[in-house]
Design a protein around this ligand. Structure first.
Ligand SMILES: [Zn+2]
Length: 68
């Protein structure tokens, strides 16, 4: 069984919502420590969040008005 790196507590799998650049992404699978609440992202979840963040930032730049 997996344990927390910080407190050696029990790790539980759950799905959470994560806000990335003002956008909510639902149902991200993570592992959360039952004792201290430390959240561990799986590699694929972390990569997915990074990709969404990059996409959102690039779109934002396109939509941003040109500074005077
Ligand atoms: Zn912990």
């Amino acid at each position: 069984m997996k344990t927390c790196y910080t407190c050696k507590g029990k790790i539980l799998k759950k799905n959470i919502s994560v806000e990335v650049s003002g956008i909510m992404i639902q149902d991200i699978p993570v592992e959360v420590c039952e004792r201290c609440g430390e959240t561990y992202f799986t590699t694929s979840a972390a990569t997915f969040i990074q990709n969404v963040a990059k996409f959102v930032e690039s779109r934002k730049r396109e939509l941003m008005p040109i500074p005077a």
